[in-house]
Design a protein around this ligand. Structure first.
Ligand code: HEC
Length: 503
């Protein structure tokens, strides 16, 4: 899991090298554009638009509110000017006399970032900082000197419009059937796409702020809750009305879930990194979502999603929360963590009741029997394990079968059945009572990150790293449809993408 150690880079362990390359490439292009703008125009350097992004990328890992290296907290403009234990590091008007700038460009041993800890700030970025100090190290009008910079940057960031035709396959991290089971909603690139199950035809696109959707759940009234984010940058949970009026682009309906408040009906919360999992009780009264900040936020929706109330923030894992589910009665929260454990949290007593340690490697997902009597977890150890969510967290049984990491496990809505999805390119069905494998479902070409049952329990769908989605019949395992959920992607473009890198 070396990829996972890159702090702040988001969900790289499950996205592999390609995701990382994509993120870096986008960042570079954006930066090149903004530095050219600075060089060509006589406009003064903007702190928030030009300087703050450089500090976020090169300095904040060590100078945030937690670490404060050198007692220097750089999270607000005011604190940046105030400096750390050595006093004010910026002399407005004079970059050469400013320790802040000198430490970035110095050829001496003591440099920022420290030589043994990171690359030097690129020349053109250092030049922007020098110019900003020369112009008086000012803050842009309208920003509070005490405002959190990362948050200010997030507010200003505008999501791109998704490409009409995808030049690369969209990684499918999440999918769900619509309540009538006629369509599948699939996470795309800054959008959700809706496909007709019977034909594999694209019918609707819902643009979203989030670059990726990691968790999708329909509420009882048909609104769609979505957890997602932009790796290393932001994460959120929002509620959409995907039945709202959009506009037609040929046969496809386009809904603007970024700006249109008839589509984006509720913003539950946002944080500094991806939200990776989402769970809603069948009665729609409790919603839980967790991710890279190690926390799971629990909302009470019993007065309707319009009046959603944050009831608690559960910090029960030592690392990213990768999976979560709720017992149907809304009493227990079950979570999976990169800290190699699955855990149970009592939502009424607000305490941790069970830690299940048997996987000994990353636990990616959890599920629970509808009666709440049995917990299921899967992980990098390729096993599916069952255990008692109440009591001591003792293992009941474990079963192998998948030949690579297991990413998801979901419970069938009616029968004692489970579906798992794996890096071995398959989806498997299991008898939930005795953990015997009943079917192996093939047809996907790469890591299978997403799996979902239809609400009537008749179909199961899997979504893959290469954008492919397959739908099978639960009864006999026969294939209903296979299609690539990347709008407009031709099969020629779909093939050459390198597969995700392994650990
Ligand atoms: C990998 C961690 C790391 C990164 C990244 C980093 N610093 Fe530091 N910084 C430190 C440590 C540790 C100290 C305290 C030791 C020292 O002063 O040399 C420090 C001290 C400083 C000080 C002196 C504070 C004082 O009052 O004594 C300044 C100024 C500073 N850093 C600026 C920056 C800037 C600007 C960046 C980004 C371009 C940056 N640092 C990136 C670790 C880091």
């Amino acid at each position: 899991m070396r990829m996972c150690m890159l702090g702040g880079n988001g969900f790289m362990c499950m996205l592999g090298g390609h995701g990382l390359r994509l993120v870096l490439a986008v960042g570079t292009v954006l930066f090149a554009a903004s530095s050219v703008a600075v060089a060509q125009s006589a406009k003064p350097v903007s702190f928030i638009h030009d300087v703050a992004p450089i500090l976020k990328e090169n300095c904040l890992a060590c100078h945030d509110a937690k670490k404060k290296s050198g007692k220097y907290d750089m999270t607000t403009y005011e604190k940046i000017l105030a400096g750390g234990s050595g006093g004010e590091p910026i002399v407005p008007g004079n970059p050469e006399a400013s320790e802040f700038y000198e430490l970035i460009v110095t050829s001496e041993q003591r440099r920022m970032p420290p030589r043994d800890k990171g690359e030097a700030v690129p020349k053109e970025k250092a030049a922007i900082i020098a110019q900003w100090i020369k112009e008086g190290a000012k803050l842009d009008a309208g920003i509070d000197p005490k405002a959190d910079l990362v948050k200010e940057l997030r507010i200003r960031w505008k999501p791109p419009v998704p490409p009409k035709v995808y030049p690369f396959p969209a990684i499918v991290n999440a999918l769900t059937f619509t309540p009538d089971n006629q369509h599948l909603v699939v996470g795309g690139h800054h959008e959700l796409t809706v496909w007709e199950v019977a034909t594999g035809k694209l019918v609707k696109r819902i643009y979203t702020r989030a670059e990726r959707a990691y968790g999708l759940a329909f509420l009882p009234d048909g609104k769609l809750a979505v957890a997602g984010g932009r790796p290393g940058q932001e994460g959120d949970v929002r509620i959409y009305n995907i039945q709202a009026q959009g506009h037609k682009d040929g046969d496809v309906e386009i809904l603007d879930g970024v700006n249109d408040q008839a589509v984006l009906v509720k913003h539950l919360f946002d944080v500094d990194d991806s939200v990776l999992c989402l769970a809603v009780t069948p009665d729609g009264k409790t919603l839980a979502a967790g991710g890279c900040d190690r926390a799971v936020r629990v909302f009470d929706l019993s007065a309707g999603w319009e009046k959603a109330k944050l009831t608690q923030t559960v910090e029960n894992h030592a690392d990213w929360v990768l999976g979560c589910t709720l017992t149907p009665d809304g009493k227990y929260l079950i979570t999976a963590g990169r800290d190699k454990t699955a855990k149970v949290w009592d939502l009424q007593a607000k305490e941790s009741v069970v830690t299940f340690p048997e996987h000994k490697e990353t636990v990616y997902a959890v599920a629970v029997k509808p009666d709440g009597s049995t917990g299921f977890s899967v992980g990098a150890d390729r096993q599916i394990r069952t255990w008692k969510p109440n009591g001591e967290g003792k293992q009941v049984k474990s079963a192998g079968g998948h030949s690579d990491e297991v990413f998801k496990v979901v419970a069938h809505p009616k029968q004692p059945l489970l579906a798992t999805s794996s890096a071995d390119k398959t989806v498997r069905l299991w008898n939930a009572d005795n953990l015997t494998a009943t079917k192996q479902l093939t047809g996907l070409g790469d890591y299978v990150y997403a799996v979902a049952f239809s609400s009537d329990g008749e179909l199961v769908a899997g979504g893959s790293y290469d954008g492919t989605v397959a739908v099978w019949k639960v009864s006999d395992g026969s294939t209903v449809k296979v299609f690539n959920a990347s709008p407009g992607l031709t099969s020629a473009a779909a093939s050459p993408q390198p597969g995700p890198s392994k650990k």
